[in-house]
Design a protein around this ligand. Sequence first.
Ligand SMILES: Nc1ncnc2c1ncn2[C@@H]1O[C@H](COP(=O)(O)OP(=O)(O)OP(=O)(O)O)[C@@H](O)[C@H]1O
Ligand SMILES: [Mg+2]
Length: 299
Amino acid sequence: MTDNDTPRTDGGTDPQTAETASTPDPSGEPLVDSSIDVEGRSESASTATARSVIEARHLDVFYDDVQALDDVSMEIPAKQVTAMIGPSGCGKSTFLRCINRMNDLIDTARVEGELYFEGKNVYDEDVDPVALRRQIGMVFQHPNPFPKSIYDNVAYGLRIQDDDDNLDEKVETALKRAALWDEVSDQLDKSALDLSGGQQQRLCIARAIAVDPDVILMDEPASALDPIATSKIEDLIEELAEDYTVVIVTHNMQQAARISDKTAVFLTGGELVEFGDTESIFENPESQRVEDYITGKFG
Ligand SMILES: Nc1ncnc2c1ncn2[C@@H]1O[C@H](COP(=O)(O)OP(=O)(O)OP(=O)(O)O)[C@@H](O)[C@H]1O
Ligand SMILES: [Mg+2]
């Protein structure tokens, strides 16, 4: 196979593409009703004390002189869904990209402070970002399958790692976990580009989980999808959190309330204003600014 057209090894995509594709600022529109139903996975996970897998300590990020994150400290628990919400430009994608060092690919980005993954600072000199991204996969707003068959997309990361024993079985398992197998099992040789947007996004999730990462980062994974495809992705995310730590950025408050265990609210200036159990954040936020934001008083 020639890999010229698919140079990445992390199951991810070009962060610049993802950046330019971000959603418009929702300012001006009420984002949510003042009462949001919080379903979440609260009874299963957020009440239990989970081990933290990722920990940011006094994290600052600058793009040249512009500060995008300001002294962010938080701990992300294992095998739960952590949602990041906040208005456009508040640093959500920047934070996500710190976790698997995708910000390394942006020349002007400078990170200060510490970001631990399993107790190891990912910015230590001896950390290999490519290996890190195998453990911390990423899925972006716009599905970005490679121009290859469905099978080859899912097998891609495994082949790169020379992990191609029982490849058929591994591809099948990843597609099943991504809730796509039933729709594509008889057409694995078909081009991934011929799938629908929602199917492509589940394929990208299958590609990310095929290499068996510990963490899956998702930057607005459903915002380009219709309600039915969105609902499939939401169900899938909740299921994935049984095996993986999931961190998701979303502009959709109801989505955060429905599927996450923890919610982090970033506000303008790259400040993490509140972080806690999703239920408390939506039903009883400590900060007036957070309350104003989640009730749609400002965007
Ligand atoms: N590649 C970049 N170069 C320069 N500045 C950037 C870059 N990426 C982000 N920024 C700036 O950093 C700040 C945070 O951006 P970021 O994309 O992290 O916000 P966000 O919360 O993800 O926004 P959105 O909800 O619109 O996706 C913004 O001021 C943005 O302009
Ligand atoms: Mg973003």
